[in-house]
Design a protein around this ligand. Structure first.
Ligand SMILES: *Cc1c(COP(=O)(O)O)cnc(C)c1O
Length: 404
């Protein structure tokens, strides 16, 4: 089906995704290899444990770890990793979670890493029965904070590190330093790398468990990678399928899709992808520079992924609109256009080329131009305050299932 047919079939409004790999919009275009793998396995029976054992080898090869398995998503991967560190292969304990009677159950993390990626990460750990010990303040964590927590809390079973644009971007400890300190206390490090290109952090700096989303940059079916430094840590996570992992299960089609996507990712022509993205950024720069009240500049990825985005700063008086009014109008017209909205409060948004065709990118630029021109003509911008916008977004959560 083409995009129009899909939206007609499912009664959804078509989307042009200039926001990047967002789970809420279907994350990525699924690569043909993964689509084929799903079709190939659909009509057959397979031992899920054997299939996951094969996935373990594929994960080991891709990550440099000893092995791992495919989870239903990254959030599930965090829960399972925490559960693994608490239960350590004790099957009675696996089946007792989230009741942690008799187990150590504290997980240490930096305050600025306690993020919301559409759900909160702390809850992903608490699902397993863990409690969070936060170190430092929102904008400043020092090595002594982490040392103090690890020294004074013998019930810490794991340390959780998040690499993400969601995290506070200043004042945190690096993954390398965090890992090095935790290892002094023999506390394993779980790294949530959901949206990262670098699949090899179990190798360098040597974290114990790394979690990735299969449906983000890797371009696979919905799923997560749980990659562990040792076979024991991989197994301690995998056996959670007899416990809290059961309601987070992934089926044969998801495992097969993930394996195919991981293998395809290793062979992907990243230079070609970058060139296509660069062309889109250039187009946007040219087109948006013509719009009064917008100031554009290239923005390298926050966490060092090899991606360039476009930062669009809005001068509300000149543009006639607040940044959040532009994105709201983009998202409510047909097709919906989504850009990255994390920094709207600071009067800017960010455009991401990685999920777009060139034709779609052109449409995005044309739409922004039209929205700004119309607001200037009708003088109907700068009416919605940030507080009211935010309130509306919160109310929208409970508007589902959107009866017309
Ligand atoms: C997207 C994201 C998640 C959630 O990933 P899912 O695979 O959709 O569960 C978790 N952590 C970070 C840092 C993310 O970016």
């Amino acid at each position: 089906m083409n995009s129009k047919q899909v939206s007609k079939h499912y009664h959804t409004v078509p989307i042009i995704n200039a926001s990047g790999t967002m789970t809420a919009f279907g994350a990525s275009r699924i690569c043909p290899e993964a689509v084929q793998a799903v079709a190939d396995i659909a009509d057959h029976f397979v031992s899920i444990s054997e299939l996951q054992a094969h996935a373990s080898g594929v994960i080991a090869k891709a990550t440099g770890g000893a092995g791992g398995f495919i989870t239903s998503c990254s959030a599930a991967g965090v829960s399972l990793a925490v559960a693994a560190c608490m239960t350590k292969g004790d099957l009675a304990r696996v089946e007792r979670l989230p009741d942690t009677t008799g187990m150590n159950n504290a997980v240490v993390m930096q305050v600025g890493h306690n993020v919301h990626y559409g759900a909160n990460i702390e809850q992903a750990a608490r699902i397993a029965g863990a409690r969070i010990i936060s170190v430092g303040q929102a904008t400043e964590v020092n090595a002594y904070h982490l040392h103090g927590a690890l020294r004074d809390n013998p019930d810490i079973v794991a340390a959780l590190y998040v690499t993400s644009h969601h995290c506070v971007m200043e004042g945190m400890l690096s993954l390398a330093q965090f890992t090095q300190i935790c290892h002094q206390y023999k506390v394993p490090v779980i790294a949530d790398m959901a949206s990262e290109y670098d699949l090899r952090v179990v190798k360098n700096p040597g974290v114990d468990i790394a979690i990735y989303s299969v449906h983000k940059f890797i371009g696979g079916t919905t799923g997560g990678i749980y990659a562990a430094k040792t076979t024991k840590l991989a197994r301690d996570g995998f056996v959670q399928n007899r416990g809290i992992g059961r309601p987070m299960k992934i089926g044969k089609e998801g495992i097969a899709g993930a394996i195919a996507a991981i293998e395809a990712w290793g062979k992907r022509d990243h230079k070609k992808d970058s060139a296509a993205q660069e062309k889109i950024i250039q187009l946007w720069q040219q087109e948006l520079a013509k719009i009064g009240g917008l100031v554009v500049s290239e923005l390298p990825d926050w966490t060092g992924n090899p991606i360039m985005r476009l930062k669009v700063v809005v001068a509300p008086k000149q543009a006639g609109l607040h940044a959040w009014e532009i994105t709201q109008r983009l998202a409510s017209q047909h097709p919906r256009i989504f850009v990255r909205d994390q920094f709207l409060e600071q009067q800017y948004f960010v455009m991401d080329p990685c999920n777009l065709t060139f034709a779609e990118a052109k449409e995005v630029a044309a739409r922004i131009s039209k929205i700004v021109a119309e607001a200037k003509r009708k003088q109907n911008g700068r009416k919605l305050s940030w507080d009211n916008y935010k309130q509306g977004v919160a109310e929208g959560i409970l508007a589902w299932p959107y009866k017309k």
